[in-house]
Write a protein that binds this ligand. Sequence first.
Ligand SMILES: Cc1cc2nc3c(=O)[nH]c(=O)nc-3n(C[C@H](O)[C@H](O)[C@H](O)COP(=O)(O)OP(=O)(O)OC[C@H]3O[C@@H](n4cnc5c(N)ncnc54)[C@H](O)[C@@H]3O)c2cc1C
Length: 444
Amino acid sequence: MDDLERLVGAEHVHRETVVGDVAVPGRAATLVRPGSADEVGAVVGWCYAHDVAMVPVGGRSGLAGGAAVLDPDAIAIALDRLDAVRSFDPGLWRMEAEAGVTTQTIARRARESGLYFPPDPGAPEQSQLGGMIATNAGGPHSFRYGVTGDWVTGLEVVLAPGELVRLGGAVRKDVAGYDLRGLLVGSEGTLGIVTAAWLRLVPAPEAQLPVIAAYPSSAAGCAAILRVPAAGIRACALEFLDVPTMDAAGGAFPGGPLRGFVVLAEADGSAGEAARVRDELRAALAEGAERIYAPQQVGAIRDLWRWREGVSHGVTAALGAKLSEDIAVPLDRLQEAIEETFAIGARHELDACSWGHAGDGNVHATFMLPAGDAEVRARADAAAIEVFDLAVRLGGTVTGEHGIGVLKAGRLAHQWAPAAVAAQRAIKAALDPKGLFNPGKKEA
Ligand SMILES: Cc1cc2nc3c(=O)[nH]c(=O)nc-3n(C[C@H](O)[C@H](O)[C@H](O)COP(=O)(O)OP(=O)(O)OC[C@H]3O[C@@H](n4cnc5c(N)ncnc54)[C@H](O)[C@@H]3O)c2cc1C
């Protein structure tokens, strides 16, 4: 351990520290906080030379246990001291930022210059660029703008056995090699450690205008969701919250208490374009709606999205705890996914609910639980397995955005053919021959 203190400074090596994430909190015997990309390289080099496992740690807002330390001898490597925006060229719509910069800081810096970084996972003060890249995080506006990887043109990353390399950069096109950048995106810290990234930005939309519609049933709400793409409407966000989710979280809805199956859509663009698309959304969502709310004031719209970020906590508060998954299914199977989640819950005598990024078919299938009840938790774990099987049966995936982490370890083998699983394992063995990068995570 003296070696690590020499590499990063004694004050940046911590013993018996709280780590893990929202889903799997825990402790690390040793946590190091390198202060530069070179120091990350040196720490990885030391770990590789001494056969010590490493767990990269970002903002710890992950929901799959990816940042949990499973091996008592592993060291956690926190990236929070790499918090510099290395360069920002508003006129070229690009930024180079280090892995520890928070999602909120990137979005704010872009906005201050009239630009927009669209990926918007729901814990922006906490999540960091490196964690977003490692999980390829999405968010409500992924429906129009895509996920984090769609905005990354280059990566600086430490690969085994401690080499700092650059993949891509400030170039918008690059097909020179295999897409190693794409491979690192979403790899959950199992192939290397991201130290910085080059990001693509776009001019910020002048206006963002939401429409919220409440329906009596999931059938009516899902029919409304399908009318949006069918009518050729370019919504930037298309979210849903089912009836029990609104029972748990609708009391705090900023437009006054709201119940029912809720669809939250948003239009953006120039003021004129956003207003036109908002009117199209309103027309498409009107059929069967019991209430429509379409705030226009910036403050009211901000309150709406802040409420949306808090929905997960509202559902947790209903009974004290929850088990929430993030399956994704083809859009035309959304209603089945939502209704089958209820059926699975009923079979296991659990209160179920769902909400999520409807336009992406991304469903947070959730079972509400009393806190600390092991017997109910065991039933919820069994129900979650059925939710994963449901996702695969509907032609979807066991995880649309949170990743496999440790919580879904082993589930990929139920989704992919054996040859595809073998290819994933071969990639891991090629890039991390000693298996030291985040062991036990993203395992097929
Ligand atoms: C309230 C709430 C709402 C959320 N909403 C969304 C949502 O809408 N969409 C969504 O996609 N996610 C969502 N999330 C999940 C989470 O916020 C994102 O996955 C986030 O991007 C994780 O970033 P982080 O820095 O907190 O990563 P961490 O939790 O610290 O780590 C996540 C994974 O990335 C790895 N990692 C971290 N940093 C690096 C690095 N520099 N190099 C290599 N590997 C690294 C870790 O080892 C781990 O496997 C939500 C979470 C919360 C708490």
